[in-house]
Design a protein around this ligand. Structure first.
Ligand code: FES
Length: 143
């Protein structure tokens, strides 16, 4: 049911925990299942130098948090803002359709953490909405 990559990130998640004095923190919840994901970021000169997560949720949510944090470390804020749930799913070599909505949580948490960073620093910039990029591939998101 799950790819080897998903199992790898679920069994041995990368970047788990909290960042002390984080520059941006985003906590989001999945209305469908009640799971919660928190991502904290360290940002220096517009670059995400560290990212950590805490996820109270399903295995797919844990694997997507692990992969999403891996994918944004070392990236600029603008690059991190282009991270879609589909890119996370692709990097995990796929998720079962019913679990694709879990990956949206990762995209939302990254965006919420960057939004918090913008707020703390008085930066007035729009953040694109997180949404499922399954293009109706029956992941159950209804989009
Ligand atoms: Fe809740 Fe996966 S079932 S995030």
């Amino acid at each position: 049911m799950y790819s080897e990559k998903v199992m790898e990130h679920f069994s041995n998640p990368h970047n788990m925990g909290d960042i002390e004095n984080a520059d941006g923190v985003g906590t989001v919840g999945n209305a469908k299942c009640g799971d919660i994901m928190k991502i904290s970021l360290k940002i220096e000169n517009n670059i995400i130098t560290d990212a950590k997560f805490k996820t109270f949720g399903c295995g797919a949510a844990i694997a997507t948090s692990s992969m999403a944090t891996d994918l944004i470390i070392g990236k600029t804020i603008d690059e991190a803002l282009t991270l879609t749930n589909s890119a996370v799913v692709e990097a995990l070599e796929g998720l079962p359709p019913a679990k694709v909505h879990c990956s949206v949580l990762a995209e939302e948490a990254v965006k919420a953490a960057i939004s918090d960073y913008y707020k703390k620093n008085g930066i007035d910039k729009e953040i694109p909405d997180a949404s499922c990029h399954c293009h109706g591939d029956s992941c159950g998101c209804g989009e």
